[in-house]
Design a protein around this ligand. Structure first.
Ligand code: 3H9
Length: 691
């Protein structure tokens, strides 16, 4: 027996108003069945004399959050009616159609709303066209209707940034006709009744008022004012081109341009990578082997040990999420310095309009700075953020074991050290977990959640839930040196340094990375983070170029000298001193400089990272290849349009990665060994990431 297919779209009548409601959880994505149902709903309205107006509304959490991304690349995406047809059918309805928006009207969802004759919205609603973040552009008339409704400048900002705006701003710029405080459906029906007889029907596609007099120079000015938006990414420029077309052509022709640009983007590798990454990010939240029913522990108060850069940044996350923080230091001076930095950071954000002065007051008011370690006793989660020394950490965890309340989660922010060893310093290893924040911890979105051998499931679940609450993207990592992100930096750093000796310059190596799309190369990163990290002045041994730089007081940007020289505006230039140091080492090692190709740099610094990622996977230190990609995009700025190292390797072809590594193996010597998983997958023609 066939199961009856129920449509996610239902219609009901309220007087003379037809209500078309969509029930397609979780986000009312505009999959094929929804599109079909919407068209049927409009046909019903057109066919009935009784019906004078229509309301389109979403059930559950939201209005339509866009096209169904999981349909992309499948025949369903092209199954009729496609979204461009649906929006035209809505706009051509003979009765006024009102979009009733709550939650989010995103992408195709906003395009549906723009095709409606009127839009009303709940004050908390958000409206936007995030397609650019998926490597696309609004492909259902959005690039043509948006500038007509909101003007060219807003359309450019919204399409190229992908960031949504709130309902209030949407009303100010003409995207929303009325904000509705009370029951959305009831008021939307009343509004529809109010406008039922207004003719002609206001059609956004027919408007030209906001396009008239557009200065053709605005497009170049916009590009010049937003260079970072356009760097490396293909989609922002095509969004801009589509909006420009709205100012040059009548609607029907503009839509043709939009379609062509949309299809070009859809066929490209960037859109594939960015869509892959959308799902990768969401998958990262899922923990293998943990039952869905495991409930998180309640976290009402957080303790942080150490008020340095990390401890302060970590605390800020919780304060902003409304969770009070007790921060502990060993000296009043360190405590005052740490809280002073936090306050200054907040004040700087307030100046930029990110927070109000009142919010800053609330955040700082919820911070309890103290020298009394015992005042951590009532915290539900305590995060240690002190020096990277095992003995110190063990001592702290031993003390915590004595004072923390039963069930409190004890976390370490270590970047490299063994969580199991730290946990063994307590009598409750099940409550111990690694929470590796990235610097600056109040800004960087990544959180590595390090799962110890004995970490309890509910501790992991709590860490993941809390990450979401403080707006981080969390990835589960196993216990190994450097976890996922920093571990993959090691081969890159090793080879980059060796390449200097063999004949490359810091600038050449960095350029290969920045041309690839990374925000900076290995040596720019070293200068930013501090060349002296991990350097022991007291040992006073100069074994490598880094030691020599440190001994010459070249600690990086903070000293205006590192691998590069820096001027007073922190602009780098190649350093003859560094070149001299490199040449000295070369001479001592008896190495003759040779010409190094960019391809070799790529093989030894990027392909080796893929190889290390494969080792991490085969050892079970990451749950899935896509988690590694999430770490690198959010933790180190790997260009999202390349999907992350594992997805990128897949798109290059694993065999070509293996071939490149084989070519460079003789130069890498004993520092390099192949991941068996990489070799196997390459041989079988498999991929790491599936898509
Ligand atoms: C588009 O519209 C193209 C058109 O212009 C042209 C067409 C011709 N499709 O994020 P969450 C899933 S492009 C399919 O955790 P939140 C998501 O995978 C689209 N699935 O929730 C997850 O599944 P699971 C433009 C989607 O509350 C679940 O829903 N629109 C879609 O933190 C919950 O998601 C966008 O780019 C989708 N469109 O945030 C909007 N959206 O539970 C993309 C979500 O299995 N979506 N899912 O892991 C978002 O930004 C956020 O999901 C949203 C909710 C803000 C809506």
């Amino acid at each position: 027996m066939e199961t009856p297919v129920t449509s996610p779209i239902s219609t009901s009548r309220h007087g003379h108003v037809l209500i078309i409601s969509s029930n397609n959880p979780p986000v009312n994505a505009l999959g094929h069945a929804v599109r079909e149902g919407l068209v049927k709903g409009i046909e019903e309205a057109d066919a009935s004399d009784e019906i004078k107006a229509v309301v389109i509304i979403g059930e559950g959490a939201t209005f339509f959050a866009g096209a169904d991304i999981s349909e992309f690349g499948t025949p369903k995406a092209f199954a009729q009616p496609v979204l461009p047809q649906v929006v035209d059918i809505i706009e051509n309805c003979t009765k006024p159609v009102v979009a009733a928006i709550h939650g989010t009207a995103l992408g195709g969802g906003l395009e549906v709303a723009l095709a409606c004759h009127y839009r009303v919205a709940h004050p908390g609603a958000k409206l936007g066209v995030p397609e650019v973040k998926l490597g696309l552009l609004p492909g259902a008339g959005g690039t043509q209707r948006l500038p007509r409704a909101a003007g060219v400048q807003h359309a450019l900002e919204m399409t190229t940034s992908g960031n949504p705006i709130g309902a209030k701003q949407a009303a100010e710029i003409g995207l929303v006709d009325r904000i509705i405080e009370g029951d959305l459906l009831q008021h939307a029906v009343a509004y529809a009744t109010e406008v039922a007889d207004v003719r002609p029907l206001p059609k956004t596609s027919e408007r030209t008022d906001k396009l008239e007099g557009t200065d053709p120079a605005v497009f170049d000015q916009f590009i010049a004012a937003n260079p970072r938006t356009f760097r490396g990414f293909e989609a922002p420029m095509k969004n801009l081109e589509a909006v420009r077309a709205a100012t040059q052509h009548p609607y029907g022709d503009g839509v043709q341009v939009e379609r062509k640009l949309f299809m070009e983007l859809m066929a490209g590798t960037q859109a594939k990578a960015q869509q892959y990454f959308f799902f990768a990010e969401r998958k990262a939240a899922k923990i293998e082997g943990v039952d869905d029913n495991v409930k998180p522990r309640e976290i009402r108060k957080v303790g942080v040990i150490g008020a340095g850069t990390m401890g302060g940044g970590i605390s800020m996350n919780f304060l902003q999420a409304g969770i009070p923080v007790t921060i502990v230091e060993t000296s009043q001076e360190a405590l005052d310095r740490g809280t002073g930095v936090m306050l200054r950071n907040y004040e700087a954000s307030a100046k930029k309009g990110r927070f109000t002065a009142e919010q800053v007051g609330q955040f700082m008011g919820a911070l309890n700075p103290t020298l009394d370690f015992d005042s951590l006793a009532d915290c539900d989660l305590i995060i240690e953020a002190v020096f990277e020394q095992m003995e110190i950490k063990k001592d702290i965890f031993g003390r915590l074991d004595k004072i923390a309340k039963p069930g409190a989660i004890l976390a370490s922010n270590t970047s490299y050290l063994n969580i199991d060893e730290i946990a063994a310093a307590t009598g409750r290893p099940q409550d111990v977990v690694g929470l590796h924040f990235f610097s600056p911890a109040n800004v960087m979105k990544l959180l590595e959640v390090v799962r110890g051998a004995k970490t309890a499931d509910d501790v992991l679940v709590t860490a993941m839930a809390l990450a979401k609450k403080i707006k981080k993207v969390a990835v589960v990592a196993g216990v190994c040196y450097g976890f996922i992100g920093n571990r993959m930096l090691i081969p890159r750093q090793t080879e980059a340094t060796k390449l200097l000796l063999e004949g490359a310059t810091p600038a050449q190596i960095d350029k290969v990375h920045t041309d690839f799309g990374m925000p900076m190369g290995p040596f720019q990163m070293a200068d930013l983070a501090g060349v002296d990290i991990g350097w022991h002045r007291d040992v006073n041994r100069i074994e490598n170029i880094r030691d020599a730089l440190c001994a010459a007081d070249r600690w990086g940007q903070k000293k205006s000298a590192g691998f590069y020289d820096y001027d007073e505006k922190r602009r780098p230039s190649p350093s003859p001193t560094v070149q001299g140091i490199i040449e000295d080492f070369r001479a001592k090692a008896g190495v003759t400089a040779r010409e190094i190709s960019d391809q070799e740099i790529k093989e030894r610094t990027l392909y080796t990272m893929v190889n290390e990622g494969a080792k991490i996977l085969e050892e079970g230190m990451a749950q899935r290849a896509s988690d590694i990609d999430v770490v690198w995009v959010y933790g180190y700025g790997w260009p999202v349009y390349r999907g992350g190292p594992m997805h990128w390797a897949d798109s290059e072809g694993l065999q070509s990665i293996v071939d490149g590594l084989r070519r460079s193996a003789e130069h890498m010597g004993e520092d390099f060994s192949f991941s068996q998983l990489l070799l196997d997958k390459a041989e079988k023609g498999e991929k790491f990431t599936g898509r």
